[in-house]
Design a protein around this ligand. Structure first.
Ligand code: ZN
Length: 475
C-alpha cells in the first residue's frame, strides 16, 4: 500500500521582551544560573503574576505577521502537572481562549506552485525552568536553573497541511523570516529561541483520514527538522507494513545517530481557567494601532524591490528574505549605486566574507556607507574587482575608510598606459612561442598572456585597458 504523510508543527518562539512574562526579572536565560529570579518566577507561595504589556504587544505583532486574527478576548489557563522544572505545579498557558486564530503562510511547493499552509492558532505561555543533568563523582544529578522560568513564549500550532519534510522545512523557514521581520524574536533554533516539535502520522494515499500521530522533539536546525520527519515516515511505514499499530507517544531526534528514539507517552494534563491574570481584551482601536506598527513584510518588500530596483526574481528573494540584510541593501542603494551591482556584491562577496569572519550583517563594522564607497571606487575604475575583494576583507576588521585602505595597501588600479605597456612588452619578449601560436590562430593564448600581465602588475592592472593594449601589440 502507498502511504501519505500528514505533518503538523507546534513551534515555541521565545519573545525578545526585556522582562519575563509575569515579573520584572530580565529575560536573559543564558546568564549565570539562577541570577534572574524573584519570588514570582521562583514560584514561591504568596505571590501574584504581573502581566507584561511588552510581551503581549510582541505576541500580537508576531500573530499579525503570521496573518492570524487576533481574538477580542483571550485568557490564561493553568496547565496542571508537576515536574522538577515546574515546581509550582502548573504552567500559565492559553488553552481555552488563545490570543489568535486562523493564520497562514505561503511557501513555494515542490511543484513550484504557491502552497498555503494554515495556522490553527497561536497562544501565549510562560516557559518552564531548565534542567541541567550532570554527574557528581559517579552519581547522576539534576540541577534546576530558574533563569528561563517565566520567560515569554508564543506557541504556534499549525494545521496538519504539510505532506513532506520539504513542506515542513519551508514552513519553518518562512515563519522565521516573517517573525524576524516583526522584531518579536531572534528565532534562533541553535540558541533555542525557536523550538520545533513535529506531529507525524501516515494514511493510505488518496484518503483523508487522520490517524494516530507520533510527536518528535529535539531538532535544533531546519535540516534536523527535515531529517527527523523523513526518518519518522520510514519508521512508521515499516511498522504499518509489519502490521504493528502506531501508538501515540513522543520521540526524541538524535542528531548524531540520525534516528528518533521513544521518550515517553504524550502528556496531556488538565487545563483549568486561571483566576490570577486578568483576561486580555483587544479593542478595535488598539488592534488598528498594533497593525500600524507592523513593518513592511517580506512579500510586500519583494514586490517593491522588483518594481523599484529592477532586480531579477532571484536577486529579489536574496535581498528581501532577511530584514537586516534588506535594510543594509537599501542603505547601500540609497548612496546612488546600481541596485543590481549592490545585490550581486552582497550575495557573492559580502555574505560569504561575513560567514568566514563569523559576523552578522547587524554586527559587522562594515556600514552600508563604507560598503557603498568601496563599490563606487570599483565603478569609477579607481580599483579593480580583485582589489575590491581584498579591501572588503580588510573593512570587516578595521575602522579605516575604504579610501585609506586603498592608498595604504597600494590597491589603486594601474591605468597608466605607459606602465601597462611596459608589463606587456616584457611578457611578450619572454614568451615568443606563445606569441607565435596566437598569430597562428590559437586564441586561447590570449587568456594565458592576460593572466601573466595581470600577475606582473600584482593584480592591479585595469583589466579593460590591459586587454586593449595586449590586443594592439599582438595584431
Ligand atoms: Zn522574576
Amino acid at each position: 500500500m502507498k502511504y501519505e504523510a500528514v505533518i503538523g508543527l507546534e513551534i515555541h518562539v521565545q519573545l525578545n521582551a526585556a522582562t519575563k512574562m509575569f515579573c520584572d526579572c530580565p529575560n536573559r536565560p543564558g546568564d549565570e544560573p539562577n541570577r534572574n529570579t524573584c519570588p514570582i518566577c521562583l514560584w514561591l507561595p504568596g505571590t501574584l503574576p504581573k502581566f507584561s504589556q511588552e510581551a503581549l504587544e510582541k505576541a500580537i505583532l508576531a500573530c499579525l505577521g503570521l496573518n492570524c486574527t487576533i481574538q477580542p478576548d483571550s485568557a490564561f489557563d493553568q496547565k496542571v502537572y508537576y515536574y522538577p522544572d515546574l515546581p509550582k505545579g502548573f504552567q500559565l498557558s492559553q488553552h481555552h481562549k488563545p490570543l489568535a486564530k486562523n493564520g497562514w503562510i505561503d511557501i513555494l511547493g515542490e511543484d513550484d506552485k504557491v502552497k498555503r499552509l494554515r495556522i490553527h492558532h497561536i497562544h501565549m505561555e510562560e516557559d518552564v525552568a531548565k534542567l541541567v543533568h550532570e554527574t557528581e563523582g559517579r552519581t547522576p544529578i539534576s540541577l534546576v536553573d530558574f533563569n528561563r522560568a517565566g520567560t515569554p513564549l508564543i506557541e504556534i500550532v499549525s494545521e496538519p497541511d504539510m505532506r513532506s519534510p520539504y513542506d515542513a522545512m519551508e514552513f519553518v523557514r518562512a515563519l522565521r523570516a516573517q517573525l524576524r521581520y516583526t522584531g518579536s524574536s531572534d528565532c534562533s533554533m541553535e540558541q533555542g529561541t525557536l523550538r520545533v516539535d513535529a506531529n507525524i502520522s501516515l494514511r493510505p494515499l488518496g484518503t483523508d483520514e487522520l490517524n494516530t500521530k507520533v510527536e518528535v522533539k529535539n531538532m535544533n536546525s531546519i535540516r534536523n527538522v527535515g531529517d527527523a520527519i523523513a526518518y519518522e515516515i520510514v519508521r512508521q511505514t515499516e511498522c504499518l507494513e509489519r502490521g504493528e499499530p502506531i501508538v501515540l507517544h513522543t520521540r526524541l531526534w538524535d542528531p548524531d545517530k540520525c534516528v528518533t528514539t521513544a521518550m515517553r507517552g504524550k502528556f496531556s494534563g488538565p487545563c483549568i481557567p486561571d483566576p490570577s491574570v486578568p483576561k486580555i481584551v483587544v479593542t478595535d482601536a488598539w488592534l488598528k494601532e498594533m497593525q500600524s506598527k507592523l513593518p513592511e513584510m517580506p512579500g510586500q518588500k519583494a514586490e517593491r524591490f522588483f518594481k523599484e530596483y529592477g532586480l531579477t526574481p532571484e536577486e529579489v528573494s536574496n535581498m528581501s528574505q532577511e530584514r537586516d540584510l534588506s535594510e543594509f541593501f537599501e542603505a547601500v542603494v540609497n548612496q546612488n549605486l546600481s541596485p543590481r551591482k549592490a545585490a550581486s556584491w552582497i550575495t557573492t562577496h559580502l555574505i560569504p566574507a561575513l560567514r568566514d569572519h563569523n559576523q552578522t550583517i547587524k554586527e559587522t563594522p562594515l556600514t552600508p556607507e563604507r560598503f557603498a564607497r568601496l563599490l563606487s571606487m570599483l565603478e569609477t575604475d579607481v580599483i579593480n574587482a580583485h582589489a575590491a575583494k581584498e579591501v572588503l576583507i580588510t573593512l570587516l576588521s578595521s575602522d579605516e575608510s575604504p579610501e585609506e585602505i586603498v592608498e595604504k595597501g597600494r590597491f589603486r588600479q594601474v591605468s597608466d598606459t605607459a606602465e601597462l605597456e611596459a608589463f606587456i612588452d616584457q611578457i611578450l619578449a619572454d614568451h615568443p612561442t606563445d606569441v607565435e601560436d596566437f598569430r597562428n590562430g590559437n586564441a586561447k593564448v590570449m587568456g594565458f598572456l592576460m593572466g601573466l600581465a595581470m600577475k606582473a602588475s600584482q593584480r592591479k592592472a585595469n583589466p579593460k585597458l590591459l586587454k586593449e593594449i595586449l590586443m594592439k601589440r599582438l595584431n
